[in-house]
Design a protein. Structure first.
Length: 360
């Protein structure tokens, strides 16, 4: 922080020097009485104004860059922005009472349909740390980060290093003939890596490392929190593996293809009515294919995500005589869910119960 104040002081000194130089020129003009100096005096005045404006803009940029540091000095907490619910939940767990975490996507909002407003971007530009998943989940991130002038902002892509899986449904087209895609870009790979508890642990570690980087004085606190939740993730993974070994069925019919990592980890196969992003109508041929599959494999349940519309799942369920149930991909939770204290672990436990009920 002293460096910033030192630079600001230096700017003021430069402004004073410019003013002093111009004032001296004006004084010489007055002494000489030369009419030909009138234009030069005007040029000097314009120069003085331009220099002052330019230097003040630079100062404002520097102040914006160090505002996150000032916030920590005032509250004792660093400000962290997260791209959607699961990143928010993981960050709150690791950061605890040392961080002020702001989730950019409102409760109940499907993140594929969301884009940041100018206000969101302005808030992000003042943060110390930005946590996002990557792997195509947030198509807006790259452009937004390029537009932010805060060079001290640390951005952490938590899925970095995780082997991505190409979804079988990535290239499917909806009823309107358009490629299935998220809000900004098509998904070549399934971005829902956190549904594999071991990949969720990698993401939590990336968050922990990011927190340690921007707030090293609390590194031990972050390490302890990470170790605690890493153990919980190991326990969760063990429950899934044990349950999956007892499943008599291996195929699940889902509203949209968000479960590639969950399925591949535990020997399951998802049959999706829609593609990676929900909200599109399946083609007539695709719908017929799903109906035939349900009848052939005696499927009892069609899963939908619980956040977006269940219209497509309900329609197929009515035509086939099966029921629907929620298999939550943890893209977001409703305000009611949050007030009830639901989180990643409780939802993953509920998902396991739903799978066990459908597949045993």
């Amino acid at each position: 922080m002293r460096d910033y104040y030192g630079k600001i002081k230096a700017f003021y000194l430069r402004i004073s020097a410019v003013k002093k130089s111009i004032s001296e020129e004006e004084r010489l003009d007055m002494l000489s009485g030369a009419n030909g100096r009138k234009k030069n005096r005007l040029d000097a005045k314009q120069l003085r104004t331009s220099m002052a404006v330019m230097l003040m803009l630079v100062m404002l940029t520097m102040l914006g860059a160090c505002s996150a540091g000032n916030a920590k000095a005032e509250t004792g907490k660093i400000t962290v922005y997260t791209s959607f619910y699961t990143m928010y939940d993981f960050t709150v767990k690791i950061g605890g009472d040392k961080v002020n975490v702001i989730n950019m996507v409102p409760p109940g909002m499907e993140p594929h349909d969301w884009e940041p407003s100018p206000r969101d971007i302005a808030g992000l530009s003042k943060a110390s740390l930005f946590i996002y998943s990557g792997a195509g989940m947030e198509g807006w991130v790259e452009k937004v980060l390029q537009s932010i002038s805060n060079e001290t902002l640390v951005a952490v892509e938590t899925s970095k290093g995780i082997p991505l899986e190409k979804s079988e449904h990535a290239d499917e087209r909806g009823e309107n003939g358009d490629e299935e895609e998220g809000f900004h870009e098509s998904h070549d790979y399934d971005p829902h890596v956190w549904l594999n508890p071991m990949y969720a642990k990698i993401q939590m570690k990336a968050i922990k490392d990011g927190l340690v980087r921007v707030d090293p004085e609390n590194s031990r606190y972050y390490e302890e929190n990470y170790n605690y939740y890493a153990e919980k993730l190991d326990e969760l993974e063990g429950k899934y593996r044990e349950a999956a070994a007892s499943f008599s069925r291996k195929e699940i019919v889902v509203s949209h293809a968000a479960y590639e990592y969950l399925c591949s980890t535990y020997g399951l196969k998802q049959i999706a009515i829609e593609g990676l992003a929900s909200g599109s109508e399946p083609t007539a041929s695709k719908k017929a294919e799903i109906i035939d599959f349900i009848a052939e494999h005696d499927v009892k349940v069609i899963f939908f995500d619980g956040l977006s519309s269940s219209k497509v799942a309900d329609t197929v369920a009515e035509e086939t005589g099966v029921r629907t149930a929620i298999l939550n991909p943890l893209e977001g939770l409703s305000e009611e869910d949050l007030k009830a204290g639901r989180d990643y672990f409780s939802v993953m436990e509920e998902n396991l119960e739903a799978l066990s009920d459908a597949l045993r």
